[in-house]
Design a protein around this ligand. Structure first.
Ligand SMILES: [Zn+2]
Ligand SMILES: [Zn+2]
Length: 118
């Protein structure tokens, strides 16, 4: 084997390794996600002077879940006085969840059904 062909072999192996790593990463990150809401979560600030409604991406939801308190900080006023809310798909109003992650059957603002398919 000449020195040149040895280098070519090394380059080929390196490229193959890089391609394999990319394919592996794509498989890991592109597969179905079994945990965590795919849409993220909506939260509302309970600070009377703020009341901001903000959206957390699934990635932010994961970070919040790792937090000892398990709640995000309001991006508007910086207080940790927030509650998870459901955004009405009809009128866009932030609706207080019922129980843990539950959604009322109808929107208290516009009265339209919030049931899946309703
Ligand atoms: Zn706030
Ligand atoms: Zn509504």
């Amino acid at each position: 084997m000449t020195a040149k062909s040895a280098i070519q072999l090394v380059v080929a192996l390196a490229l193959f390794g890089a391609a394999g790593a990319i394919a592996y990463n794509t498989m890991i990150s592109g597969g179905p996600v079994g945990d965590g809401p795919l849409q993220g979560e909506d939260w509302q600030c309970l600070n009377d002077e703020c009341g901001a409604v903000f959206h957390l991406t699934p990635e932010q939801v994961r970070l919040v879940a790792k937090d000892p308190e398990g709640i995000p900080t309001c991006p508007e006023c910086g207080k940790r006085l927030v509650q998870p809310v459901y955004i009405c798909p009809h009128c866009g109003e932030a609706i207080q969840e019922v129980g843990h992650g539950g959604v009322p059957e109808t929107c208290p603002e516009c009265g339209q059904s919030l049931l899946p398919g309703g």
